[in-house]
Design a binder for this molecule. Structure first.
Ligand code: 5GP
Length: 114
């Protein structure tokens, strides 16, 4: 089951990651190629390929990911704010086919995004 992509291997602990949070529903870990002083990825343990693949059954799970982001932002010192990003599929720039939320902070963010 846990062989399809790199994030499933991180969930399965067959590939190491620097964990920031884990519970029954999700895992958060520091991005291997950080784009900001704080760059954490928050991922559901449930296999959901893209944001677009989420269904009504995932409503509470998606809310949970957001609340974990709030908790982590506090723990990681992002009192001045942060950015949450979910890249969806090809035009969104998604490179790992497992739904994930980027929590970025520790510097000013530009807008519009690239
Ligand atoms: P996406 O481009 O799909 O929105 O984001 C994928 C993110 O996963 C990228 O920021 C990339 O640096 C990160 N990433 C890819 N492989 C690994 C890995 O093996 N470990 C960690 N910690 N991050 C990874």
């Amino acid at each position: 089951m846990f062989a399809d992509n790199i994030f499933l291997k991180i969930i399965d602990k067959t590939i190491p990651a620097k964990l920031a949070h884990e519970d029954d529903l999700c895992l958060a870990f520091h991005d291997i190629k950080p784009q900001a002083p704080v760059h954490v990825l928050i991922i559901p343990k449930k296999v959901i390929r893209t944001h677009d693949a989420a269904t009504a059954a995932d409503q509470a799970l998606l809310g949970h990911l957001h609340l974990v982001a709030v908790k982590l932002a506090k723990e990681l010192g992002l009192a001045k704010g942060y950015r949450l990003v979910i890249n969806c599929d090809e035009h969104g720039g998604q490179t790992v086919p497992h739904l994930h939320m980027h929590l970025l902070g520790g510097r000013d963010m530009a807008w519009p995004p690239g």
